[in-house]
Design a protein around this ligand. Structure first.
Ligand SMILES: Cc1cc2nc3c(=O)[nH]c(=O)nc-3n(C[C@H](O)[C@H](O)[C@H](O)COP(=O)(O)OP(=O)(O)OC[C@H]3O[C@@H](n4cnc5c(N)ncnc54)[C@H](O)[C@@H]3O)c2cc1C
Length: 440
């Protein structure tokens, strides 16, 4: 027995997946089976420094839905997904040895934990080389723009977002063209008994009718078909044209694109998202609304590229700054998580987040600022709570935004304090949002 392995990470789709296509090509060239694998690390359910577990029920449920959809896509193409439980750097080398695999293809992720996993797997490959040989190939595929196309080296990446955006726009860099889904996949190999796989743990949070991302409804289905259906209806209603005017909304399904939960799991690639926006503009015309979607996707891009440049420095208490370690008040942090700070707009936002796994961008900024600048808590605790709750948790965007609000990242203004009274007057003047979440 021998095979090629594709390890799915944050790229849970079959279309526009260069790593998967490379694995298929290698399996075909060597006339070998292909084994698509996903690894569930039970350590996700363990306590972190800040919280009793790193993944909460909404994110778990969204992930489980995405994984089921991916398995269905693979089965429709003559394959299937093997789900293994354990630390990737342990279970993948074991699997590679047991199946006498010759090659592993996977997504390149620049965040420190994920990069360490990749290094440990590559080390295991070297260690085992005497008994069996397998190669590891990591594919960069999570950005719209290929890093090699950028008009600056990784080292010279502009720290300030506006400078980065201007350079990219002036150089006229074209996003990567999305690749089609494969028609069929090579067969899956016979697996030895200890490697038959296990189902992903399932969570079934109660649906909340107030949710702005009601993923229990078919219109918000997880997986790449759900993503494509969502894009189609978003464009059919020409909502990109009004995006700039509505994007600071607090509640409802249409005020922003709602692409992030699909982007976070990789059910939708950023290249697919921008290609769809460009196609919409070609058909219906571009305006400041459709431009602003590109603008926001560039923020996502910048936070990923900052990880390539700064790596684990982004995870230090001081981030990229020289500021001292922030203070922390555990009791205040608990009140914040539970929506019991006494500040009505903040509490409403935190209740929505806990009840639905979703929060608007405006309120993410307001509640993050309140935790850091009003409650004098450590920004890393807030980032950990978002990691556990958000169905669109994306390590790069989450870390980048928390650093930004705390003034420890790349904000030229050195941190952002959002005045809750002013934010309430501007964004919830009639109290509708606070009433919805019972804090008015
Ligand atoms: C403290 C804090 C933590 C955050 N954590 C995350 C996170 O874990 N995952 C995540 O995807 N986004 C995060 N964001 C960014 C932003 O709030 C969400 O991307 C956005 O609200 C998702 O909704 P949408 O898809 O409707 O976005 P839209 O407003 O429709 O924007 C379109 C896309 O642009 C990107 N985008 C928009 N705003 C930002 C931003 N500020 N930073 C990076 N990308 C952006 C997203 O991919 C988004 O899907 C965070 C923001 C803050 C202030």
């Amino acid at each position: 027995m021998s095979c090629v392995v594709h390890w799915f990470r944050n790229d849970l789709r079959v279309s526009d997946n260069p790593a998967l296509l490379a694995a298929i090509a290698e399996a075909k060239a060597r006339s070998l089976p292909l084994l698509p694998v996903l690894v569930w690390d039970p350590a996700q359910a363990d306590a972190s420094r800040w919280l009793p577990q790193r993944i909460g029920p909404h994110r778990q449920a969204w992930l489980a839905g995405t994984v089921a959809a991916l398995d269905a896509e693979l089965r429709a193409r003559g394959s299937r997904l093997l789900v293994l439980h354990g630390a990737p750097e342990v279970v993948l080398p074991e699997l590679m040895s047991a199946t006498e695999a010759v090659a592993l293809h996977s997504e390149d992720i620049p965040a420190p934990e994920e990069a360490d996993q990749a290094k440990a797997i590559a080390r295991a490959a070297k260690r085992l080389e005497a008994s069996c040989t397998w190669s590891c190939t990591w594919h960069w595929q999570s950005t719209m723009l290929a890093p090699d196309d950028l008009p600056f080296s990784q080292r010279d990446l502009p720290a300030v977002f506006t400078t980065f955006r201007q350079h990219v726009e002036q150089a006229g860099i074209a996003p990567r063209t999305p690749l089609p889904a494969p028609q069929a996949l090579p067969p899956v190999p016979e697996l030895p008994a200890p490697h038959k796989g296990q189902p992903l743990p399932v969570a079934v949070p109660s649906p909340d009718a107030r949710s702005s991302f009601p993923f229990h409804q078919p219109a918000f289905a997880a997986g790449e078909r759900g993503a494509q259906a969502h894009l189609a209806q978003y464009f059919a209603r020409r909502l990109p044209h009004s995006y700039k005017a509505t994007r600071n909304g607090l509640s409802g399904t249409d005020f922003s694109s709602k692409l992030s939960p699909w982007l976070a799991t990789g059910a939708l690639s950023a290249a697919q998202a921008i290609a769809a926006i460009r196609a919409f503009e070609a058909e219906h015309g571009a305006n400041d609304g459709s431009y602003w979607l590109w603008f926001e996707l560039l923020w996502r891009e910048h936070f990923r590229l900052l990880h390539l440049k700064h790596g684990s420095a982004l995870y230090r208490a001081r981030g990229l700054s020289q500021l001292p370690t922030p203070p922390h008040d555990e009791a205040a942090f608990r009140c914040w998580c539970e929506g019991r700070t006494g500040e009505p707009l903040v509490d409403a936002g935190m209740r929505e987040l806990a009840a639905t796994g979703w929060l608007s961008n405006r309120l993410r900024q307001v509640v993050a600022s309140y935790l850091i600048h009003d409650l004098a808590c450590d920004w890393r605790a807030g980032a950990a709570w978002f990691e556990a709750c958000l169905i669109d948790f994306d390590v790069h965007s989450n870390q980048g935004n928390w650093l930004y609000v705390s003034g420890r990242g790349t904000d030229p203004r050195g941190g952002r304090r959002f005045n809750p009274d002013k934010q309430t007057r501007e964004h919830d003047p009639d109290g509708a949002y606070r009433r919805l979440w019972g804090t008015a």
